[in-house]
Design a binder for this molecule. Sequence first.
Ligand SMILES: [Cu+2]
Length: 425
Amino acid sequence: MFRPNAYFFAPVLSIILIFSSTIFPFLNLSTHGQTPATPISTQEYDKIKNCTTDPSKKPTSVEYLTYFNCGHISKDENGRTVRQFTLIVQENQKIPISYEGHIFDGWTFNGTIPGPTIRVTEGDVVRIRVINTNDNTHDHSLHTHSIHYAKNNAFSTGGYPGGTISPGRSFTYEFIAQPYGVYPYHCHVDPVADHINRGLYGMMIIDPIEPRPQMTEMAMLLNGYDLDFDLEGPTRLPTVAQIQVPQDDAGTNMTEGHDNNETNTGTNITNITNMTNMINTTHVSLPSTEEEGASEEDAAKEERVNEIYTVNGKAFDYMMNPIVLQTGKPYRIYVINMLEFDVVNSIHVHGSMFDYYAAGTNQTSDYVTDIVTLSQGDRGIMEFRYAYPGIYMFHAHQTLFTDLGWMGLFDVRGNPVNAAGIDPT
Ligand SMILES: [Cu+2]
């Protein structure tokens, strides 16, 4: 008579275990959603983050959306990742801030307003060398929000060497990146409002050690410009002919839906017509480039105000260059408000709702909304996807700001999908 024993059960048990994940999928103990056994390498993570391969680049305001400067990487004696950045302060910079000839007499970090988006990972050693060039006439500094040593306070009355950097001098700020989130950085020399409004600010992202869910990411920094009454008066929105939408080889009609072809970079006459209607029904008055006759003395008596408002530096930039998105795809926007002289700013998107993570310091959404209001220096992370193709506006929900430049368009392409991202067809 056959009597099963250990010699019988061992191979049978092995066979059952080998096939169990196929027969009983619920037994399949994958690592999905758990901390991987091998932590992601710095290089792999930087690739996911879309770190630029050219950290010395001067991104245009359109390129700024996806320009992430992750610094020069090395390891210290403790094996920690060290990221080194150089920010060069230059005054007397002539910065184009509209498509109508408005030039801002700005001060810049590395030649752009806003300065480069600095991107690091929690726990990294961050070293930022700030050089105040010889031909400048003001002291400057670098204040990074987040946790750091007191010597990095970077304000002029603090008594620390990094509090003010004189022209011709440099100072290296060093800190351990913590906690993860999205932060502004800016000059903190008095008068701070002026040093900020001149353009000395930017975004710093500290990523969590465990990467966030992967999706296409963008940076949006909300700002404004006080033109010192030199350039006031009415002006106009970009004309349809000025809107630089990529050509559509397929000639597809967005309003009727079409195949979801990711390589399709085009648009069509329907889009242009939609934009025309949108523009024609919007009343806008950017300041004119003509001198209005107000003397500087008169201007100084007035309260300081911004004459142009933008996202990422240039008025109506994303009206002229709509941001192309795909239906059903998730997107993440890091947003910071660096406006001076106005107490609040806001961002509102048409046609979709977004998960909002205040300050980006938590991986659980704080709430779902289509508008978030931000005070000066406030920031967060938006995550969203579009269900339906078409042209959608995003803008400040203060009409004064929208009319003066803070307005853009998403050009959403692809087949309609429901809110859960499932194609209903
Ligand atoms: Cu400064």
